[in-house]
Design a protein. Sequence first.
Length: 265
Amino acid sequence: MTIQETTPSVPSKRGSSALQMGPHKKVSSSDPLVSHGRHFGRTVFALCNYPSLLTNGILRLEQIEDFPLEDFPAEERREHCVFEQLLDSYPGLLEQLKDGSEEEILHVGELIGKGAAGARGDDTKTLKSAILDWISPKGEGIRPPLHRNSKIDRGFNHDLTGSLLCPAGLDWNDPQTKENLQSSEMMVCGDQWPVFLYAHHIYDPEDPWCGLLRRRLLVYAYKHMFTSPSSVDREPKAMRSGNARLHGMNSVTIASLAYIATQVR
DNA sequence: AGCCAGTTGCGCGTACTTTC
DNA sequence: GAAAGTACGCGCAACTGGCT
């Protein structure tokens, strides 16, 4: 089954690009670059300064005519890889950037960044409420109850969310660990992944890949975001296309899994 | 103080189904 | 067959709080 099968199709609607309109005119809210930015942020690279990515990328394209990309620092090679994925994913973008002034390149970056940031905000917003249904113990509510529209009492402040967010390898049920996490005495680093990423809450220090990203919660969130909210746990009743079909997405990307895991967290 | 990402509530447009 | 209803994606302005 492909990722699109749960949503109906709609004809795509691509308008004129921002470059053709010039950088100073008011940007249409449905600018195709903004729309593309939404999808690119979700599936390739979420947190990025796009104007910089584009200006650096164009510059580097000239540089690598003399120096092979392998000679660049790892961080720059990585950035260039994202840049090329962006070029590959949007026909005509390279020509637009090459022909455009510096100002126009920055504007394109702003549009893509606006899309990525907008999608991120929207996803956070809609997931915030839905996720409570997925983490609720079967047949009973969350105790004490959590608000659907506020996250103030989540995180390590609540036993349920705390147990899910607890770094893999630590024991949330150990009172000292719980207190250290709640008081921020124990700072959680980016490489201490939360246990909710693991299937059935089971983390094996000997085999940290076992069960990673295989939790049902992540599948729910993925479907919520990419097929449609109603496709998560029932027959989808969406009458319009979900994000996957809107953007011609046929398969899961590694980055999109990371994106969803980040949003769930 | 200014910047920025995150968050919020609201409204709009679209594509479709249901009802009259 | 027109009107009403539904479930989406998306944009926007206003706000908050952390960081520099």
